[in-house]
Design a protein around this ligand. Structure first.
Ligand code: 13P
Length: 287
């Protein structure tokens, strides 16, 4: 059964670890992430961007697939199905489709508009039993058409959004979607500490989890980060393993072209990446 992410993240704050949000793209992705969470007895959040939802033919398909997989794979760890960087309309679509959690990304609006839209969506999400994430200060880089400049969040604006009753908050602290550039300045722990000071025990979300060094991840968790989003890293490991299989000519040996064989190394590579992240985030055994 799908659950909202509220409870698992409250526990993460109390236990000083973080739960991973791993973005899904298709059946293989979802299967690999669920299997790893179950094997490691870890809670997990499946992230779906609007682009990925569209690719999978719509949010209804995604919700039905995830619900059915949880049942057929006998998954017993807590799983949240979460809209990633949702638009106002996208949030309503996911609520209707049966998601258990949404993110409203109003960071590109003036703060007053972000506050008003978030306020409305908090009410609707909570009335339907879903958890809701909001964002202040944009995440740098590009993810599925959502482009951010990567400015650090204003702690007072974070407080305004936190006071609306959101369940967890994404605050920009110099994090970037995709690979980090050579000249990246690192996370702004100063901003993170200032935000934490204003919002207390509300779980914080760290986007752009790909490529952040382990020591920075640990420090961010110490300072109140309880949810870490990973997308690109699973894509890179899937692509590398698939490339290796094809370059070794394995797709041309016997029935190596069978999609169940062709996609298997990539699916295993996703599992390895998810395992590595869950161990680093400290969520193993916390289901
Ligand atoms: P990465 O693609 O950099 O891992 O970021 C994922 C993310 O933040 C999803 O919202």
């Amino acid at each position: 059964m799908l659950v909202s992410a509220t409870e698992m993240l409250k526990k993460a704050v109390e236990g000083h670890y973080a739960v991973g949000q791993f973005n899904i793209n298709n059946l293989e992705w979802t299967k690999s992430i669920l299997a790893t969470a179950q094997e490691l007895n870890s809670p997990v959040i499946l992230g779906v961007s609007e682009g990925a939802g569209k690719y999978m033919t719509g949010f209804k398909t995604v919700a039905a697939m995830v619900e059915a997989m949880i049942e057929e794979m006998k998954i017993t760890v807590p799983v949240a199905l979460h809209l990633d960087h949702g638009s106002y309309d996208g949030c309503y679509k996911c609520i209707k489709a049966g998601f258990s959690s949404i993110m409203f990304d109003g960071s590109h609006y003036p703060i007053e508009e972000n506050v008003e839209k978030t306020r409305e969506l908090v009410k609707v999400a909570h009335a339907m039993g879903l958890s809701i994430e909001a964002e202040v200060g944009s995440i740098g880089g590009e993810e599925d058409g959502v482009v951010g400049m990567g400015e650090c969040a204003d702690p007072d604006e974070c407080k305004m959004i936190a006071d609306l009753g959101v369940d967890f908050l994404a605050a920009g602290i110099g994090n970037i979607h995709g690979k980090y550039p050579e000249n990246w300045q690192g996370l702004s722990f100063e901003t993170l500490a200032a935000v934490k000071e204003k919002i207390g025990d509300l779980p914080l979300v760290l986007h752009g989890g790909t490529g952040i060094p382990a020591d920075m991840i640990k420090k961010a968790i110490d300072l109140g980060v309880a949810k870490i989003n990973v997308n690109t890293e699973c894509q890179l490991s899937f692509a590398a393993a698939t490339r290796e299989y094809i370059e070794a000519g394995k797709d041309q040996q016997g029935k190596g072209f069978d999609p169940r064989k062709l996609l298997a190394p990539g699916a295993e590579a996703i599992k390895a990446t998810v395992k590595e992240k869950m161990e680093l985030f400290g969520s193993v055994g916390k289901a």
